[in-house]
Design a protein around this ligand. Sequence first.
Ligand code: PSU
Ligand code: MN
Length: 321
Amino acid sequence: MSKHAGIPLTYSEEVLEALRAGDPVVALESNVITHGLPYPDNAATAAKVEAAVRAGGAVPATIGIDAGRLVVGMSGTDIERFATASGVPKVSSRDMPVVLARGGMGATTVASSLIAAELAGIPFFTSAGIGGVHRGAQTTMDVSSDLIQFTRSKVAVVCAGAKSILDLGLTMEYLETQCVPLISYRSDDFPAFYCASSGIRSPHRLDDERTIARVVENHWAAGNDSSVLITTPPREEDAVDRGEAEEAIAEALAAAERDGVRGNAITKYLMRAVDKATGGRTSEANMAVLVSTAEVGGRLAAAHAHHLRESGHVPEGNRSV
Ligand code: PSU
Ligand code: MN
């Protein structure tokens, strides 16, 4: 429907209209659909996540790659197709130009979804657990591209912290070194995805949505072309006990080592192994935290759009396009 900077983008009608009007839009990843959860949980959760963004007051834009184009706002049919197709590749930033050139379907991670969001002019993105520094990265050098992409994409990212399978201390060090602002919304600690706290204190707690909108704008006004990370913890009733999760993670890490799993397959492998060890508890929690985070993402995006309007910002769509 519209083109941008040489990369063909296909917007849904609803997303395009919202962007033109300066209404809040929240971008969502699709790798969690193809690689995060099994069918039919993946499709059902994707629908609930979109509904939660709406409940928060914004329009959802699930991002994917299809036939050489970036899809910005998948339809229900698209989501069902991605949820049931087998062999859809996980597409991170480095894979994106290849998959776009070759054609076919591609499931975007946090990192590549941020590239799409920025190209599309969407200032907010949400997902439950971002990638980060893997445990043992001192020798494997496995650091998720999600973190590097935060230093390159001008998008506010709302999440429930980083996945519990990661080294959260090192992940936070990396974010600090790379000058990525980190704010925790209505909590003191950096959350650990489906665990309420990582045990690490967040550098900043903010309880007010307007102040968060101002932080995002301040970061960009200061000349940074990078992300702002905003965390929100899982709801108490959805959270998994940290001790229980840690035990399962230790088992999963040992199994991964034994099976020689590495590279971009390790995240999915570990998540599945932890889920098996907890008798499905963690994937239940994963689905719940995806939905609750999306609701907060919608709310913060709405507050941001409101803030822009109040400060006299003219939506991009009204300038040219
Ligand atoms: N597997 C899951 N859930 C996920 C992901 C994989 O069970 O959410 C994804 C997200 O898309 C995230 C990516 O951006 O894993 C990070 O992968 P890596 O650590 O390889 O960068
Ligand atoms: Mn990796």
